[in-house]
Design a protein around this ligand. Structure first.
Ligand code: UD2
Length: 314
């Protein structure tokens, strides 16, 4: 049984990973519940929940002194790009300072660690239009969120090269699936759509706001494939000090996404079109050759992923 720390472990990706690992391992979750929800976690006796922020140095130090971890997944973040533009200092503390602090604590207290996996984002590529994005593509971070993610992933990788701290970083593309919180306007678009479909099916008033003309496209990756990729990366020696895109290698436009779900559910989602969101990129698509070389094979394309999500949620 390994011991695993998951920061942000009550959030969408973190809780799915925590529940997965808790079947066979001991998991400690640290989460301040700013976006996450404790109910996302199964009541497994293998999960210990600690409410607190990764910016709390004393808390993190105590956890890393009291436990020797095999794996640490640092997923805690202010995940909203817009929030980082509104509050660059506050989000920098969470999205950057906590990472550097964690690296230092690991260097000092975690001699047995097999891997730290840090969650970066496709946001680091910015609006440079060449597709698909390879890990070596041009990096053009445009927001405090993207700048922090890029700086943090650089530190993470550097700690392997400089101090032998076993690390890897991943750049998530558009992750979707059960437990993604639809509450904020900057929540993942599929979680917002799903919420509107639910309302529609319950005969409540429902309207989906589509920003732009719906021709924008994204590489949407189903949460189970994300768990698969994280697990492979954490357990391979080839991934030490490396950064990986996590997507499917295929993109779909928003209009097509809506019509796909419409036809599954045999309804028509009411859409109101509004101006494009400022700062939005038009198209995003991952080249996943690098993570495939570690053994990753996405099990879900957008249709089968949506089908599973719909069957779970609706
Ligand atoms: C994703 C990440 C973000 C960052 C960025 C990097 C999510 C949730 N966000 O942002 O953290 O890494 O990629 O490029 O994965 N939309 C609507 N209606 C809505 C909500 C969204 O039309 O109610 C549109 C939105 O304008 C955009 C598309 O849907 O064109 C996807 O939006 P998103 O917020 O799900 O994700 P994205 O790609 O902006």
């Amino acid at each position: 049984m390994s011991k695993i720390l998951i920061t942000g472990g009550a959030g969408f990706i973190g809780s799915t990973l925590a529940n997965y690992y808790s079947e066979n391992h001991n998991v400690i979750v640290v989460d301040d519940l700013s976006m996450g929800n404790k109910q996302n976690l199964t009541s497994s006796k293998n999960i210990e929940f600690v409410k607190g922020s990764v910016t709390n140095k004393q808390l993190m130090q105590n956890i890393l002194i009291d436990n020797q971890f095999d794996y640490i997944f640092h997923l805690a973040a202010v995940a909203s790009v817009a929030d980082s533009v509104e509050r660059p200092l506050a989000t920098h503390e969470v999205n950057f300072d906590s990472v550097l602090q964690l690296l230092e604590l690991i260097k000092k207290y975690q001699k047995e660690l097999k891997r730290l996996v840090f969650s970066s984002s496709a946001a680091v590529y910015g609006d440079e239009p060449t597709l698909p994005k390879q890990e070596e593509s041009i990096i053009r971070p445009l927001t405090p969120y993207a700048i922090d993610k890029f700086a943090a992933e650089k530190y993470v990788v550097d700690y392997y090269h400089l101090y032998d701290v076993p690390t890897s970083a991943v750049r998530f593309f558009n992750v979707y699936g059960p437990k993604q919180n639809p509450e904020s306007p900057y929540s993942g678009v599929i979680s917002i759509m799903m919420d509107r479909y639910k309302k529609l099916l319950n005969n409540e008033q429902s309207m989906f706001t589509l920003f732009g003309d719906g021709t924008q496209s994204r590489d949407f990756v189903f949460i189970e494939d994300v768990v698969q990729a994280l697990n492979l990366i954490a357990n391979s020696q080839d991934t030490l000090g490396e950064v990986y895109n996590i997507g499917t290698g295929e993109a779909i436009g928003l209009n097509e996404l809506v019509s796909t779900i419409d036809s599954f559910l045999e309804v028509k989602l009411p859409i109101q079109y509004e101006d494009e969101r400022s700062g939005d990129i038009k198209h995003s698509l991952a080249d996943i050759a690098k993570v495939k070389a570690v053994g990753y094979q996405p099990k879900y394309d957008i249709k089968s992923g949506l089908e599973k999500y719909v069957s779970y949620e609706l």
